[in-house]
Design a protein around this ligand. Structure first.
Ligand code: CTP
Length: 408
């Protein structure tokens, strides 16, 4: 996807600048041409020589490279690029970009750039959380720039929190998805539910399940990569999304997931319900931590949660497609077909726990797709990313709501 693409990589003054070397290397390996533009502060963190060597291109950081009157044209550079990526983007550069403070080569290039712009912020947690930074990032979003959210983790300051630049591999994936030529889902709105739900017993305990959310997240990335606008309603998971066309709605309980899904579904063409929703929740949540000393044994009375799938199946319009998942431990096909009918799915994806390497927690999965006419399509064991692509291929072929629309 990146072969032959011209990429401007803006590098600013952040400790994460060392990761720019990995980015340049990955882009070059994928066949892209890279022009690095650095701010003066960026050069304090990684040498231009390293990035020039890796990109086989002199690094630009000054308006005037020589004292002979020749100068670096930010306008030409802006026109040359297929994409501009600023990684790492410091708070200062984000602020300058948001407010048009063109006092260095990077920001002038940004202002001249007609290509899509991606920004991967990297800074300390308090700087990132500051309203000024957030306002600047929102301004960049409003200009149509794509923000690659930083991660939560260990920071150079020794503190832990949100502000760590997204890993180079993930940033590369974001650009690859962006340039993916398969845009057959453009103009489609897709709702995906993913992950487990947690049902609170008391402030520190819950009933949950082993779902990792990997399958749902892979589906969200696959749909967004093909041009869809995706809303991903996710239970508690430790995964992150990379594609800018995925809007993420984080929920905890089945009740919260139900309300989010019911609100979002009417505006969608397709819903794929991948979440492992708890069927029951404690009837009462103890307001304080339940103490061990109080009794020898305890029981928790459970009440049934609403069935999100059945509700959406009942409300489904004829121009909407509903796809469910089933995880069965016995009578798999019979149970899955019964579920498909009961919940009014158009297609159900059957996971089998009996297959080695498939199901909760694994990076691989083996599924069988069953449509409302009872037709079965078995897919081989493969990575969840590949399974997601195959499921989308199948849905694009089989479901009218997934057929490409003419984009003018
Ligand atoms: N599902 C849902 N809301 C629920 C329960 C399930 O949306 N409260 C969805 C799941 O996301 C999945 C499908 O329904 O797409 C089947 O989930 P599963 O747990 O297998 O079905 P249940 O109806 O809970 O059946 P059982 O637990 O009896 O197998």
């Amino acid at each position: 996807m990146l072969r032959g693409k011209n990429i401007i990589l803006g590098v600013t003054g952040s400790i994460a600048a060392y990761k720019a070397a990995c980015l340049v290397r990955a882009f070059v390996k994928k066949g892209a041409k890279v022009q690095v533009v650095m701010t003066p502060a960026g050069k304090e963190f990684i040498t231009p020589l390293t990035l020039a060597t890796l990109s086989s291109n002199p690094v630009i950081s000054e308006f005037f490279s020589n004292r002979d009157g020749t100068w670096n044209s930010h306008v030409d550079l802006g026109l040359w690029a297929d994409v501009m990526l600023i990684a790492p983007a410091s708070a200062s550069t984000v602020g300058k970009m948001a407010n048009g403070i063109a006092d260095n080569m990077l920001v002038t290039t940004y202002l001249s750039c007609k290509a899509p712009v991606f920004v991967a912020p990297a800074m300390d947690l308090d700087m990132y959380a500051h309203p000024s930074t957030q306002q600047n990032l929102n301004k960049l979003r409003s200009y149509g720039n794509h923000i690659i959210e930083p991660e939560t983790g260990f920071l150079a300051s020794g503190l832990e929190g949100k502000g760590r630049m997204s890993e180079p591999d993930d940033i590369v994936k974001v650009l690859e998805n962006f340039f993916s030529s398969r845009k057959e889902l453009q103009k489609k709105k897709i709702l995906i539910t993913a992950g487990p739900t947690y049902e609170k017993i008391d402030p520190v305990r819950f009933i949950g399940n082993y779902s990792s959310g990997k399958m749902g997240f892979a589906l969200a990335e696959a749909c967004a990569g093909r041009g869809a606008e995706v809303t991903l309603v996710s239970g508690p998971v430790s995964l992150k999304t990379t594609h800018p066309s995925i809007e993420r709605v984080d929920v905890e309980s089945a009740e919260e997931m139900y309300h989010a899904a019911v609100r979002i579904f009417p505006s969608c063409d397709v819903a794929v319900l991948c979440a492992a929703v708890a069927d029951y929740r404690p009837e009462r949540q103890a307001p304080e931590k339940i103490k061990r000393e109080r009794s020898e044994a305890m029981s928790v009375s459970l009440v049934r949660n609403k069935d999100i799938a059945a509700t959406l199946g009942k409300d489904k319009r004829t121009n909407q497609t509903l796809v469910g998942f089933a995880l069965e431990t016995k009578n798999e096909l019979t149970n899955a077909k019964e579920k498909l009918q009961r919940k009014n799915f158009d297609v159900i994806v059957l996971n089998s726990l009996s297959d080695e390497g498939a199901g909760f927690g694994y990076d691989t999965n083996k599924v069988t797709l069953i449509d409302k006419y009872g037709r079965e399509t078995a897919l081989p064991l493969q990575s969840k990313t590949e399974v997601a692509e195959k499921i989308i291929d199948y849905l694009v072929d089989a479901c009218p709501q997934m057929q490409p629309v003419e984009v003018t």
